[in-house]
Design a protein around this ligand. Structure first.
Ligand SMILES: [Zn+2]
Length: 460
């Protein structure tokens, strides 16, 4: 008899978006509810048709990135009254992220580029009223009631720190003595701001694990400290030749990691004091980081980013006429340099100028402008978008390894220590999933290694 049934509600086996239906006993839970960043409207949303007709008991949100959160208001519209559980930092960040995504969708629609927004500000607000924040390390039943020591429930949930971004959590779900861990996005290593994940390893029956970096080996001898030094050196070199640096970043997570890195590199004397610019959304999200600075499991507890680094905020309205000046760091979203975002709009001022640099610090889809730019050679034409003329690439382009996701060795280590009965690989491209299956098979030979194909239920 199986104890858990898992249906992948995403449209493909890829990094794209996250949404999974977990059934156990007679309870039904949806894990995450993302939107695919490359698509719009219904195509960006999960496979709703596989949710079936039965009632839903709970939604669990691992963290507030769009690929885990972006379709949540649509799901909550389908199931009025169903609670969504998350950590308190995620609750606060998700509120800002959902309203921001309404603004983005509405603007695209107004410009005749996008589909009708999939939800409104009013729906986003209604949704947040049903958000229930739960503390880490404590068990709750699906009504959100805390379970005392020895107290049982048909299904219990417990959040643990996933080390990916502020508020990110993996969840331990127990039913009938069977224990399942859904990692969400996880990082076992500490970053500049976030401390590494601490997940349960004892008597775990099933692990549903992300595989974002499964296709990429960590370079020989890589350490984050050395990579930070390399980053600081490259910035100083750009400044010395009279240029500025554009760092395309995700507003949530990467911006705050970068501000922390700038702070620590300055403390070490590796970076000079210089003006730093961030976007409006990054500022809003950084305020939440600062407000929760002492309350979250992270490095530099109490460090107030906006006070200590004192970045200037650039608004979307200013960016079109914003002159780039030398000796500055522009840490602007989006990380993938998507059309109409700050990093995309400002890039033509950087691309043709050999004094400047564009430095990447995280994941970029290979087809996104950022992904394409990384594969463009010096002197080649580069097109930021089909609607504007191309630029000859003359500025310095570098990529640094500051991923918010665990390297594959970290994930392998966790699976080896846990040795569960089942592992389900999700949130990775097919090559990444294949690498994990091949690598893990001899290491944990008694474990079933599974791929969750879209719309197909796995009995676990
Ligand atoms: Zn994430």
């Amino acid at each position: 008899m199986s104890h858990f049934r898992l249906t992948n509600l995403t449209r493909q086996v890829e990094i794209g978006a996250n949404c999974y239906l977990l059934e156990t006993g007679n309870r039904r839970i949806v894990l995450d509810c993302g939107a695919h960043p490359k698509h719009e409207g219904a195509k960006a949303q999960p496979l709703w048709e596989h949710l079936g007709e039965k009632r839903l008991d709970a939604i669990i949100l691992s963290h507030a990135h769009q690929d885990h959160l972006g379709s949540l208001p649509v799901l909550m519209r389908k199931y009025p009254g169903v609670p969504a559980f998350m950590t308190e930092p995620t609750r606060q960040l998700a509120d800002v992220m959902m309203h921001n995504s309404v603004n983005v969708m509405a603007k695209r629609h107004e410009n005749g580029e996008g589909e009708t927004p999939s939800f409104s500000h009013k729906e986003a607000t209604n949704c947040t009223r049903r958000f229930r924040s739960l503390p880490l390390h404590q068990r709750f039943n699906l009504a959100g009631e805390r379970l005392g020591v020895g107290e049982t429930a048909d299904v219990s949930i417990q959040f643990e720190d996933a080390g990916h971004i502020l508020g990110s959590a993996s969840v331990l779900i127990e039913c009938d003595g069977r224990r399942l861990v859904y990692t969400g996005d996880v990082n076992f290593d500490s970053q500049s701001l976030m401390s590494g994940a601490r997940l349960p390893e004892q008597e775990i029956d099933t692990v549903i694990i992300e595989t974002t970096r499964g296709a990429i080996p960590q370079p020989e001898g890589f350490t984050r400290a050395e990579e930070e030094k390399r980053f600081a050196t490259a910035i100083r070199e750009i400044f010395a030749q009279g240029g500025s640096v554009l760092v395309p970043v995700f507003a949530l997570g990467k911006s705050q990691e970068l501000l922390t890195m700038i702070y620590t590199l300055r403390q070490k004397g590796l970076l000079p004091e210089c003006p730093v610019y961030i976007g409006g959304l990054s500022t809003k999200l950084s305020e939440i980081h600062d407000k929760l600075a002492s309350a979250s499991h992270r490095q530099h507890p109490g460090l107030n980013l906006l006070e200590s680094v004192a970045p200037f905020t650039i608004s979307g309205r200013e960016i079109n006429q914003f002159p780039i000046k030398p000796g500055r760091i522009y840490a602007l979203s989006s990380g993938m340099m998507t059309e109409h975002t700050l990093s995309n709009v400002v890039a033509p001022q950087f691309l043709p100028n050999p004094a400047h640099g564009i430095f990447f610090v995280g994941y970029a889809d290979p087809e996104s402008p950022a992904g394409r730019l990384r594969n463009t050679k010096q002197g080649e034409m580069f097109h930021l978008s089909p609607s504007i003329p191309g630029e000859v690439l003359r500025c310095r382009v570098e990529t640094f390894g500051f991923s918010a996701h665990s390297d594959r060795e970290g994930l392998v280590g966790y699976l080896e220590r846990t040795a569960p009965k089942n592992v389900v690989f999700v949130h990775g491209d097919p090559a990444a999933v294949d690498w994990f299956k091949t690598t893990m098979a001899p290491k944990i030979p008694d474990t079933q290694l599974l791929t969750a194909l879209p719309g197909i239920a796995l009995e676990l």
